[in-house]
Design a binder for this molecule. Structure first.
Ligand code: FE2
Length: 458
């Protein structure tokens, strides 16, 4: 257990304390039974729900899985808070902005290869929630299946608090650091790291960097995979052994930190696809202590232990899986989060970039920095591509020509950090994604000019 959270924020100290508390401390490990208290003595000993919880706190359980799911996959935490979550007025509907939720039926599934430039800059004062823009998705949030792919571009820190009842949010910053103030404590997520907010957990996103490109004021942008299905877990390793890929010890959960704020706080909840708001008379980020294995966390993608071929051929990209959300069918993920991290390529007599393929799964790819080794140009940081189920894709012509003629010395691929949300069902676009000005025209042309080289033996 770690005593002493990083922030005790109260009343008029609110703003100043926010700034003073920007270096979170962390608990380490994936799926661990963590415990943390921001005030000594806040955690009850030996039981979860004593007759009177310590320090006059309320005890409350937050479930991430059904009570009866297998122990290895069961996720829940006990929260000890100033007021129970139940202490709130009625929620009322507000507009959904650019957010959309499955089922997706605004357009028909598109067999074309599609690629987008980054989201345009939003107006000043756009917070993370207002800056969310849904590209598409699949499944049905009310059935807890499928995913949504969102992008965000924010120009202001949130004052309000957000929680998503529809699924967990895997946030992938591409520009600008984020300070996530959650019910469990503080997390920092920088480009190159990912953060996960479990279903229902309340949080606020604050921006910690100013805009690039000469812009003034704070700015942040990136990607979000909203996973309606089973919580992400680490993939099994099989013959790889007991270590490798994303190592559990590199996942960081917050230590307890709380806000003791009396006064109006706007809380927004996404519930079965719609946004609802309520004005609380206190901050819901008032958890003084907690224990359990359902936690928000961050992970630095540069810690990923990349495993690949040391003889010949290119492993299937499942070898790069960081996190997986399994479905009811063994081996078939609702969604995998996959990273293409810096690595050595040493295969002999091998076409080293990703091979041409048609995949039964559907692939949304994004780029955090640099370039991707299968696309010479046009796939830019902050942009993305969609290769839906069975759409034929692979390296562009320039990459194919270069890789086919390259001298096969050991080669370090270290000029980019790309990722993929790979999901079991086709991703259906929102209308805004299908009609976006930043949807590239002519993406098919990258495979134009792949010449006939066939020479039958005579
Ligand atoms: Fe692919």
């Amino acid at each position: 257990m770690i005593d002493g959270g990083t922030a005790r924020v109260s009343g008029s100290e609110h703003e100043g304390a926010r700034k003073a508390a920007e270096e979170p401390a962390y608990l380490h490990g994936f799926g661990n039974e963590h415990s943390s208290q921001a005030v000594p003595g806040a955690l009850p000993e030996g039981r979860n729900s004593p007759q009177r919880a310590p320090l006059g706190l309320y005890a409350e359980q937050l479930s991430g899985t059904a009570f009866t799911e297998p122990r290895a996959h069961n996720r829940r935490s006990w929260l000890y808070r100033i007021r129970p979550s139940a202490a709130h007025p009625a929620f009322t509907r507000v507009g959904n902005g650019g957010l959309r939720t499955a089922p997706f039926a605004e357009t028909v599934p598109d067999p074309n290869r599609l690629r987008w430039n980054p989201l345009p800059q939003p107006p000043a004062g756009t917070d993370f929630l207002a800056g969310l823009w849904t590209l598409g998705g699949n499944g049905d949030a009310t059935q807890r299946t499928g995913v949504a792919v969102h992008l965000y571009h924010a120009t202001a820190s949130m004052d309000r608090v957000f929680g998503n009842a529809d699924g967990e949010l895997l946030i992938v910053p591409e520009q600008g650091g984020l300070l996530l103030r959650t019910e469990f404590g503080l997390l920092r997520a920088e480009p190159g790291e990912v953060a996960l907010i479990p279903r229902g957990v309340r949080f606020r996103v604050e921006l910690t960097d100013t805009a690039r490109d000469g812009g003034r004021g704070p700015a942040a942008r990136g990607y979000v995979c909203e996973n309606y299905g089973a919580p992400f877990r680490l993939p099994d390793l099989g013959p790889i052994g007991a270590n490798g890929l994303a190592n559990p010890r590199d996942f960081r959960a917050p230590v307890a930190a709380f806000e003791d704020v009396e006064g109006p706080v706007e809380v927004v909840s996404k519930y079965c696809g719609n946004l609802w708001r309520a004005e609380y008379d206190h901050s819901p980020l008032d958890v003084v202590a907690w224990h359990g294995n359902l936690v928000p966390y961050v992970y630095d993608l540069r810690r990923f232990n990349v495993i690949g071929s040391i003889s010949y051929d290119h492993p299937d990209p499942s070898i790069f899986t960081v996190l997986t959300s399994p479905s009811d069918t063994p081996g078939l993920a609702g969604v995998d989060f996959v990273v293409f991290a810096p690595r050595w390529l040493v295969g002999e007599d091998t076409f080293r970039p990703p091979y041409f393929h048609r995949n039964v799964m559907s692939e949304y790819m994004g780029l955090i920095e640099g370039a991707y080794d299968a696309k010479a140009e046009g796939f830019v940081p902050g942009g993305g591509s969609l290769h839906n189920m069975m759409s034929a894709h692979g390296p562009d012509r320039e990459t194919f020509d270069r890789a086919s003629a390259a001298e096969l010395r050991p080669q370090k691929v270290d000029d980019g950090l790309a990722f993929m949300f790979e999901t079991r069902w086709p991703i259906t676009l929102t209308e805004q994604a299908a009609a976006a000005d930043h949807l590239q025209q002519g993406y098919d042309d990258v495979w134009r000019g792949l010449e006939r080289h066939f020479r039958p033996l005579r």
